[in-house]
Design a protein around this ligand. Sequence first.
Ligand code: NAI
Ligand code: MG
Length: 398
Amino acid sequence: MSKRTIVAMPGDGIGKVVLDEAIRVLDAAGFDAEYVHGDIGWEFWCTEGNPLPDRTLRLLEEHKIGLFGAITSKPKDKAAAELAPELRDKGFVYYSPIVSMRQRYDLDICMRPCKTFKGNPLNFIRRGFGNTIEEPEIDTMIFRQNTEGLYGGVEWTNPSDQVYDALMSHPKFKQNFEWCPRPELAVSTRIFTKKYTERIVRAAFEYAKSRGFDAVTVCEKPNVIRETSGMMLKIAQDLAKAEYPGIWVNNTNIDAQMMWLTKNPETYNVIVAGNMFGDIVSDGFAGLVGGLGFACSANIGPEIAVFEPTHGSAPKYADLNPSIVNPIAMILSACMMLDHIGEPEISNKIQKSVAEVIQEGKVKTYDMMKLPGKQDVIEKGAATTQQMADAVIAKIVK
Ligand code: NAI
Ligand code: MG
């Protein structure tokens, strides 16, 4: 097979540090690829008025697979203030490059695995029968619809006549909100389409089938949000009946699901949800298996796919030298990329090495030692970012 080309988009802050480490691990595991650098992030907002320059889009369109670190986003007024003086008042508006990338390339399938690594000191434990301590083994894949719903961006403050009239045509709006002066009204929509809802639900079923799991949990709130949550549940029930005999649809509400997180998380293997609830439930599960230093994700579209840790650019840690942040979330995101492009052996080799390093417990980044993140963590025995990657590499090449 010809050599793969991967678009490497480090972005800002610790994104730059962890992506380099993940590439070192990929190289050591024998993944034969060329990495082309894609500009993305705050720097390009400030200097070009665009955090996702067209040249990066062209690279993604050509090579189809992206590895992304993290970006920095700031509120509207700060974004405007940091724009280069010659670009000010020229109509540039900041938008999140990762959200734009997801929408532009239909990266509608977001997968966020949350899996317990044996020996991780950050694993969730609970009290069991007779005051015993239990450490449930969690193996959950969250399928989050990535482009629609509450994060679809269709929203208004002080809506126009047209929008207001449309809202007033709904009896509930008239009854509950007519009293509110229009300039004091903010509306964010939650739009679900059958096409994309079916795509995410189907992805969840396919995964359940491939792993031999007998249930898919739809985590929404159909008893209250009848139209959109109701649509997702109905699609799941219809699909199960028509195409996935042997897989049953479990229906949970997002609020109750968050409560059950600490009660029986090990019983949920496949969860599917809309954009916001998927975001919430995946952070919840990530917290049970080590938090941001371990949380990886895939954004998959019909043609293009981008893999990223769920953490941000952690500016507080960006300039620490040596770096102290945990590269595992980025390394595991790279493994998701390998699985997606048909390199499961290399992916498994890396994941096995990560698991061995964690289980051995000799090399731990500051988060795994539950220390406040400061430079002095190294003196306290924490591994640097590079040392953690080195430990994984040592297991790979042994
Ligand atoms: P963050 O995820 O960057 O950091 C929050 C905290 O989590 C850090 O202070 C640190 O204690 C911990 N943490 C994060 N990554 C870690 C790692 N690899 N190892 C160990 N600990 C880690 O979120 P925050 O501080 O809310 O946002 C910082 C910037 O990142 C903001 O500008 C935000 O908009 C952006 N952001 C970008 C994301 C992306 O690129 N996908 C996602 C989330 C935030
Ligand atoms: Mg989030």
